[in-house]
Design a protein around this ligand. Sequence first.
Ligand SMILES: [Ca+2]
Ligand SMILES: [Ca+2]
Length: 77
Amino acid sequence: MATEQELQSLFNTLDRDQDGKISINELFLSPGLSAVISSETNTSSPQELLVQYDSDEDGSITFEELKKAVKKASNLT
Ligand SMILES: [Ca+2]
Ligand SMILES: [Ca+2]
């Protein structure tokens, strides 16, 4: 479970180039944080997260997409 604030800070840490999106490469660069994202979104890997929740199919996850994913997994408090 995470609050929106915790998600935002997790997101900012993962978004290394600060372009407002988390790319699959950024997920792979931080395996520990990436595992937290997987558990909060009930996905088994960064690939699965992208397949299921990259709704505009740009190959990266925005904060809105991440929030939707965590909400759908019922892990947003
Ligand atoms: Ca980025
Ligand atoms: Ca996207």
